[in-house]
Design a protein around this ligand. Structure first.
Ligand SMILES: C[S@@+](CC[C@H](N)C(=O)[O-])C[C@H]1O[C@@H](n2cnc3c(N)ncnc32)[C@H](O)[C@@H]1O
Length: 440
């Protein structure tokens, strides 16, 4: 068997499950990838799956144009293999000869040897003619979601869809406790990895091209982490004072907790998440960085205060809320395949419940930062406006920031702006005990 056939067959199985059987990409990859011993094969499977799911209609259009009859429902795996084959040519631009041969061979691995000729013919056509042009107005995003976005972001709608279909740049967060950003940038350059440093946040570096994490100097020792620009800006939005008691209420997998500690070792941090398994990822991240003794980790529903809170207030609370993830479709492309309109209503109820409960844990005069990776206004500014309307001792504070879009409350970055994910941030101040205005 050709060595590249196995990863192609595995990509086809994963894509078949995600595209045709409503399965989650993350869950399918978690099962499939460990079966491949070579990390390059695992990376290839991921690259093919992400490329296909970011713009499945491009590949569908090619099959429609080139096949005399639509594939039957029984041929879901074949369709997925063809998509993976096409994605290798565009956008992945793998050497065509080897990619085609291995994809054709993958039909055997899938028990579809009789379809090898068809795969060969279609991929050769793609290699010769390129993919047919598609109408940019066609999108695999569900119509209810497109309708919402068109209404809420009329001038940005096309850019949101276009940017969500492109692979994100690789962003690093340099561990400020260990090394300065410019020093680390020089180490990268020595290793042949070029990067640029944005004005904010102070620890972010954007790589000119993605590299395997194992090639990053000091990655295993916690000198650097992978985190999108927009996620890193949450630490700026919260900016707790030295020694503050801080709650990260939806902490897993732990990127923002780690960032806060890297910036300031004097923080007294509690990291909470409802999902005990995901909380293990927080723990292992903290171990990698040597922070495990400095954080209280709790598995609980943040809204059930009786279950986890001892009544001692926090100076700063971060609510990085569960959300539609509509701002990170380029990272989780199956989000738009699986999201239902009813999910949004359920999420806004959950977010409001978390906001209301966690507000009790904020010390008078303290702050709560509400953040999401959503670009839907009902999860973001409308959510916060409704909270302010029913919470007399809360007021919104302007963020010291220039990125994204300044909203009536909070700030919104849309996907791809400055290379970052779509993200929303609002900073809420609780009135001090005597009701006097906060000085700063
Ligand atoms: C957007 S993610 C948080 C990402 C995290 N802050 C980071 O930077 O790595 C949302 C998290 O909220 C958690 N979650 C959902 N409902 C929750 C609840 N009721 N109480 C606490 N955590 C919850 C989920 O398990 C998930 O880990």
């Amino acid at each position: 068997m050709l060595p590249g056939a196995q990863p192609r067959a595995i990509a086809a199985r994963v894509l078949d499950a995600v595209l045709h059987r409503g399965r989650s990409l993350k869950a399918e990859l978690a099962t499939a990838l460990p079966t491949l011993p070579d990390p390059r094969d695992r990376a290839l499977v991921e690259a093919m799956c992400f490329a296909v799911l970011r713009q499945p209609l491009r590949y569908e259009a090619a099959l429609e144009a080139w096949m005399p009859r639509a594939l039957s429902r029984r041929d879901g795996e074949l369709r997925a293999l063809l998509f993976a084959g096409l994605a290798q040519l565009d956008p992945l631009q793998l050497p065509a000869h080897a990619a085609l041969a291995a994809t054709v061979e993958a039909t055997r691995v899938l028990g579809r040897k009789h379809q090898a000729g068809l795969v060969n013919a279609l991929l050769r056509r793609a290699q010769r003619d390129g993919l047919p042009a598609t109408d940019p107005r066609h999108s695999h995003w569900p119509s209810w979601l497109r309708g919402l976005l068109r209404k809420q972001w009329p001038e940005h709608f096309d850019a949101i869809l276009a940017n969500s279909a492109i692979a994100p740049p690789m962003w690093l967060r340099v561990n400020a406790a260990r090394v300065g950003r410019e020093d680390y940038r020089a180490q990268l350059a020595e290793a042949g990895i070029q990067s640029m440093a944005p004005a904010a946040p102070a620890e972010a570096l954007r790589l000119d091209a993605a590299v395997p994490v194992s090639t990053l100097p000091g990655f295993a020792e916690g000198v650097v982490s992978i985190q999108d620009l927009s996620a890193q800006l949450v630490a700026d939005a919260l900016s707790p004072a030295p020694g503050a008691r801080v709650l990260d209420a939806c902490a897993a997998p732990g990127g923002k907790s780690a960032h806060l500690l890297e910036r300031d070792a004097s923080l007294r941090l509690t990291a909470l998440d409802i999902d005990a398994q995901r909380l293990q990822r927080v723990r292992s991240g903290l171990v990698r960085q040597g922070f495990e003794d400095r954080v209280e980790l709790l598995a609980a529903d943040a809204a059930e205060l009786d279950a986890w809170w001892d009544g001692r207030p926090f100076d700063a609370v971060l609510l990085d809320a569960p959300c539609s993830a509509t701002g990170i479709v380029r990272r989780q492309p199956d989000v738009v395949l699986h999201r239902r309109e009813s999910d949004i209503a359920a999420l806004t109820v959950l977010q409001a419940r978390l906001l209301d409960a966690l507000w009790h844990t904020v010390a008078p005069g303290g702050v709560l930062v509400y953040a999401t990776c959503s670009i839907l206004q009902e999860e973001n500014e409308a959510q916060v406006r409704a909270f302010l309307a029913r919470t007399p001792d809360a007021r919104s504070e302007a963020l010291d920031a220039r990125y994204g879009h300044d909203r009536e409350v909070g700030r919104q970055r849309l996907p791809g702006e400055d290379g970052g994910d779509g993200f929303f941030y609002a900073r809420l101040r609780r009135s001090p005990p005597d009701g006097s205005a906060h000085p700063g």
